[in-house]
Design a protein around this ligand. Sequence first.
Ligand SMILES: Nc1ncnc2c1ncn2[C@@H]1O[C@H](COP(=O)(O)OP(=O)(O)OP(=O)(O)O)[C@@H](O)[C@H]1O
Ligand SMILES: [Mg+2]
Length: 604
Amino acid sequence: MFRKVLEYTGEYKSYTYRAMCFLVAGLLFNVMQFMAVYQLIDGAITGEHHLSYYLIWLAVFLGCGLIYMVLYIHGLILSHDSAYHTLKNLRVSLQGKMENLPLGVIQELGVGSLKKVFIDDIDNMELLLAHALPEGFSNVCVPTIVMIAMFFVDWKLALLCLASLPLGILSMMAMYMAGTSKMGDYYASAQKMNDTIVEYINGMEVVKIFGRDGESYRRFSGDVLSYRDFTLAWYKMCWPWMALYGSFLPCVALFTLPIGGYFVYTGVSTLSNFLLVLCMAFAIGPTIMKAMSYMSVLPQLNYKITALENILSAPPLKQGTKPFGGSDRSIAFEHVSFAYEEGQKVLDDVNLMIPANSVTALVGESGSGKSTLAKLLVHFYDVSDGVIKIGGMDITEMSLESLNDQISYVAQEQFLFQMSLLENIRLGKPEASREEVLEAARKAQCMDFLDRLEHGIDSMAGDSGKMLSGGERQRIALARAILKNAPIIVLDEATAFMDPENEEKMNQAIAELIADKTVIVIAHRLYSIKNADNIVVMQDGKISAVGTHETLLDSCSKYKDLWELSEGTKNWSATSKEQAAPATGKEQGAPVTGKKQDVKEVSA
Ligand SMILES: Nc1ncnc2c1ncn2[C@@H]1O[C@H](COP(=O)(O)OP(=O)(O)OP(=O)(O)O)[C@@H](O)[C@H]1O
Ligand SMILES: [Mg+2]
């Protein structure tokens, strides 16, 4: 286990070893203090020495104490230096692995669990690296040396010192076994509580709207209480054993004092040796206790390291190392199938050829797999079957960076980082100047709301961009894509939250953005894509038809239905506005349920 952790110490491994040496040396000086005490007591009993003898041993006692402190502090500084660099290495390594994991694996883990692993579990490793490892080693090493020395002084008294150790070690092992058996459940309960807390806070809006405060709070407090109960039960199980080993281990003189005293009385041992062994026993008692207390954290650390390694060992995305080498920016989905969860196909044998520099629209009912197809193209997930090619090159052959360079993706759900809006847009092209960013923001129609903000484009995005509306977040995301200006554009409902006025302006920006590029547009408002070169109709994870607006209206009943629905929605909103306007004769007093009728009337 230590070997695994030491792998992450990197160039600071020597710091850990040096820390161990300093701590061992420090403890030896600590033991020497007790030897000085022995000399003082022995001198006092025999009464054969001058004052200078006592002063010298007193000076030795104080000097050793000082050296012990200096060495110990220096050892701990080194061990902490190494520990915190190791924690950094662990986090960087985890983050690197996470970047290459399919999104599904990360989503399955949950925000609460990931926070626990990244922050709490790694922080807890500090105890192992800075204390348990170097201090544990020195606290085992020094008593062993002292014990051997005791055998040279008087083997009978030394054996008496050893006699209490098995009792302590046995109770320690019992605690270790009891603790480990429940450790999995203990952490599962901690993780459940973490996930519930994160969900409770994230879902606060929904909870309030639907008045589920009580129910949601009950779940929240239920998990907190069950974590408390679990922790208490776990400690209760360990406490008796802790008390036993806590009593036996430091009492190295438990048998030595009475039986050794008898030996001195009967002449089997000398008083001088008896005193020396007692002083040695008192010197190593606390160190043995310390060594064992570090052992008690091992079950937790063991579990945490395994959890960390499980995350690190999840199979990464299949990605190559080659730069993009496709002949053009055509996109081919060949026999592509995909399932988020084992056995539940979301895409089933999709075959689609998107010519370079064309505009292709994906339409279909909600849940038909449109966004999933886009996410597979940007390689958020590996396909379950089939292959996706750009310009004839399999996307799993190229590195994620070179694939990213080819595609600007505006996702259906927007996420903004907690940094300025300018920096959020600049993510599309890190080397872009402020002017370039502003130009992109202007094109994406961001200026009207940016001008309203106190610090304009330098305003912070707020937690996950929550201070912006859905439409505003979409415009920031579009500005990012405009700035990136990649040869392939994927727009997933990019104007879904727009009001009609902004949508028109935005469509102009999009028209400019997509010129001479390969474009995939996903839209529910079909009038916005009716001029696309190709329209792909998706149904239950399959492609049911491909064609232009006109051909599909004639040949595909599904498309015709979708078109009528989309037009109906458009007309419905127009009708609603009319209703909101001063009523005239016929409409006055029309029931709210008459909206559908209105639609029919208007479309008729
Ligand atoms: N992360 C996920 N984990 C599990 N299932 C998912 C996940 N994302 C989507 N799905 C499921 O996959 C199916 C297709 O989802 P997808 O988001 O591709 O649909 P869509 O056509 O884009 O729908 P919409 O028009 O509503 O955006 C749906 O049944 C959905 O429930
Ligand atoms: Mg979608």
